[in-house]
Design a protein around this ligand. Structure first.
Ligand SMILES: Nc1ncnc2c1ncn2[C@@H]1O[C@H](COP(=O)(O)OP(=O)(O)O)[C@@H](O)[C@H]1O
Ligand SMILES: [Mg+2]
Length: 157
């Protein structure tokens, strides 16, 4: 679970901070209160615009952040942390990482099914993020941690 170890060692720091442990030049936003969902959206939006994403891609990225942040609030007790960073290889883009030390996801393929929710939600969040972004990966250990990484790549114009 290198991904989980890396995310852990990146620490939780201040609410919006620069993390330089493993994810060089990542921005991070702690999400344990509702207002931090909007804060996370704003931080990611600013980075995505700075990186030159189109308005419609920025919209996809922001929506994904919203879904991941909302999941931290609704499916964990303590919340978690979102990391945002520019990536250059294999092609330019933005990477969003969600990390929490909550209950974990029992069955990832079930959680990825449209309409599946363990708390009466719409069950569209995770499959939606997968559709909106270009790369999507979940790693989870029951009772330990969940790490979700989603990448949007810049389109060639
Ligand atoms: N960070 C998380 N920790 C634990 N379980 C999660 C997390 N994020 C999502 N899940 C699980 O995956 C399911 C599907 O998530 P999602 O598609 O966003 O639907 P919803 O949030 O409406 O339930 C959730 O119901 C929950 O069981
Ligand atoms: Mg959700």
């Amino acid at each position: 679970m290198a991904l989980i170890e890396n995310a852990k060692s990146a620490g939780t720091g201040p609410q919006v901070s620069r993390v330089d442990a493993t994810a060089a030049d990542s921005l991070s936003v702690t999400v344990s209160e509702e207002y931090q969902v909007a804060q996370a959206r704003q931080v990611c939006r600013t980075l995505a615009l700075k990186l030159g994403f189109s308005r419609s891609d920025v919209c996809c990225i922001e929506t994904s952040v919203s879904e991941l942040a909302t999941n931290l609030l609704s499916h964990t007790r303590q919340g978690g942390i979102l990391f945002f960073r520019e990536i250059k290889v294999p092609s330019p883009g933005i990477e969003i990482t969600s990390f929490d030390e909550g209950p974990g996801i029992d069955d990832i393929s079930l959680a990825m099914r449209d309409g599946y929710s363990t708390n009466g939600g719409l069950g569209c969040g995770l499959p939606g993020v997968k559709r909106l972004m270009d790369d999507f990966e979940i790693r989870s250990q029951k009772g330990t941690a969940t790490v979700i990484v989603a990448v949007k790549r810049k389109r060639c114009r």
